[in-house]
Structures are given as C-alpha cells and as structure tokens.
Design a protein around this ligand. Sequence first.
Ligand SMILES: Cc1cc2nc3c(=O)[nH]c(=O)nc-3n(C[C@H](O)[C@H](O)[C@H](O)COP(=O)(O)OP(=O)(O)OC[C@H]3O[C@@H](n4cnc5c(N)ncnc54)[C@H](O)[C@@H]3O)c2cc1C
Length: 301
Amino acid sequence: MNDCIIIGAGPAGLTAAIYLARFHLSIRLLDNGSSRAATIPRTRNHAGFPDGIPGRDLLGLMQAQAEQYGAVVEMVEATAIARDGENFVVSTTNGRLPACTVLLATGVVNNRPAMPDDLHDEALARGLIRYCPICDGYEVTDKRVGVIGDGAHGMREALFLRGYTRDLTLIAPSAALTLDPSCCAALDDGGILRVDGPCRGFAIEGDRIVVDTPAGALHFDSIYPAMGSVIRSKLAVAAGARATDEGCLEVDEHQRTSIPGLFAAGDVVRGLDQISHAMGEAGVAATAIRNLLADRHPIRR
Ligand SMILES: Cc1cc2nc3c(=O)[nH]c(=O)nc-3n(C[C@H](O)[C@H](O)[C@H](O)COP(=O)(O)OP(=O)(O)OC[C@H]3O[C@@H](n4cnc5c(N)ncnc54)[C@H](O)[C@@H]3O)c2cc1C
C-alpha cells in the first residue's frame, strides 16, 4: 500500500514529492507530460533566480531534487480515483494502484486562440503570445499589447495590463464584443481600444504578431489570450469532490478536498495560478498528509 499517490509532476506535485519522500513515506508520482510550467520560456518572477529560469529547467531541478530522496516520476496517465474504505485505488493506463491518500496536482490547460500549433509555439517562445500578466506583464511595460478576450474576463485582463502599458486593445476572439455598459465605461476610462472579432488569423512579422480582424490587420508586441482555461479536476469531481462552477477544487486551509484523504494543490485548486503558490500549497498538503497518516498509525523509525 502506498502512503500517497501524487497525480501530476508540475511544481505542485514535485514539491509534494520532495516533502513526502523526506518524511520517509512511500509515494508514487504519476505524470502525463503536460505541465503548464514546461511551456514557460523563462520565468522572471519566481524568487531565487535573478536572471530568470526556463520552466523546463526549473522542473528538471525539482525532479532531480525529488529523485535524490527516492521519488520517481512515472510517465502514465491517471484515469480514475475510487474510494476503498478510508483508502483509494487510482486507475492508470498501466493498471491500478492502491494508496492511503491521494494528492491531485493536475493543473489547468489554457484555452488558446485558433492558430496552428507551430505558430503558437514559436509565438509563445518569443514572447509574442503570453498567458499570465501577473507573471510577465512587466516584460510588456510600455509595449503595444492586444488582449484576445471578451466580457468581464477580457475587461479585467485588459485593465490589469493597463498597469504596464497605455497601448492596449481588447479584441473579441470569435465574434463581436459582448460588453455590458459598465465594462465599456471601465475600458473607455482606461483608454483601452475595443475591436470586434472574429480573429480570422495570426501571423508573425518581424518582432510583431499580427492579428487579422474585421477592422484590418493589427500589429502587437505581444498578445494575451484571456479565454479561460480547462481545470483538470475531473478525476476528483468524478470521485465526489466539491468544486466551483468553473471546476476549481475546493479545499480547506490544509488543502483537504471534501473527500477525506484526497488532497489537492496548485492550479487545479481555486487560487493564484502561480508557481510559488503551487509550491506553497503542496508543502501544506504534504505536511497534512503526513499528519493524517500519523494519526492512523504512528510514523516511527
Ligand atoms: C506561458 C505561461 C507562462 C507562465 N509564467 C509563469 C511565471 O513566470 N511565473 C509563475 O509563477 N507562473 C507562471 N505560469 C503559471 C505556472 O505555469 C503554473 O502556475 C504552474 O505550472 C502550476 O503548477 P501545477 O503543478 O499546479 O500545474 P502544472 O505545472 O500544469 O502541472 C500539472 C501536472 O499534472 C500532470 N497531469 C495532469 N493530468 C494528469 C493525469 N490525468 N495523469 C497524470 N498526470 C497528469 C501534467 O502532466 C502536469 O505535469 C505560466 C503559465 C503559462 C502557461
């Protein structure tokens, strides 16, 4: 019986693995190779790296640290979590694994504008597409920026970015903008331009990204899609865990979901979608897991 199965080896899952392995607990760490952190060209707001660090390198360092204490990342997809008394059985594409506790650290997937993958990936690598103003808004200070979004969500993203640049345009992704009068007033107050969609195409021209709209081709230093994301909480929700309407798992101050023994950390939980936050939540979850197990059976050398 495994003390804990961690599903997801992003910043949250790897942090939990380091903690739990160092608590001398038996863990399995499952991953299907799709961490959001792996797509970060270079994070510059993560403390401890004055020159920034590519997301993949950060994950590599964390994995190496976890491996020092015996944790192994198993490349396998978790497909279901079932309760078995006070324990769990996690189904995977490789078979079923029993565990006393489960930590879900499966993150989220950003919804992307419609464009070919290779164009998207090049634009992302070059900072022409960005997904996280909290992370990298600083890098677009005084630049020309487009926000691909609509409604209150698009408005909030544009207003947040107004803290970095005055040259902002909100463009609806697939149709005319649908903004209520208060959104229009807030955008007007911030001097943010509004352009109806659909975005008919994207291209890279020199150092700029070009968005083809009904109003013509618009050139930007960066665009930020603000099109929401898919929360990868379905394994926990299917097992009965409570989630918000958007699918973010609800947890208490110890990262406990509504199912005893099932914990969650990182982007899959409602909160700030940031590496530091994912790591902090994972440290809390791992310690709570250790203490839950110790309540069931003393943990002694
Ligand atoms: C372009 C971009 C730039 C960003 N820049 C920054 C930045 O500069 N600073 C910052 O703090 N944050 C940044 N972020 C946000 C940051 O990437 C996330 O907050 C962070 O990765 C969350 O960590 P996580 O472990 O919760 O999720 P993830 O990193 O997404 O990891 C989740 C893991 O779960 C695994 N998984 C999912 N489902 C399954 C399954 N069924 N079975 C097995 N494995 C599964 C995936 O393979 C993945 O490895 C950025 C995000 C993007 C997209």
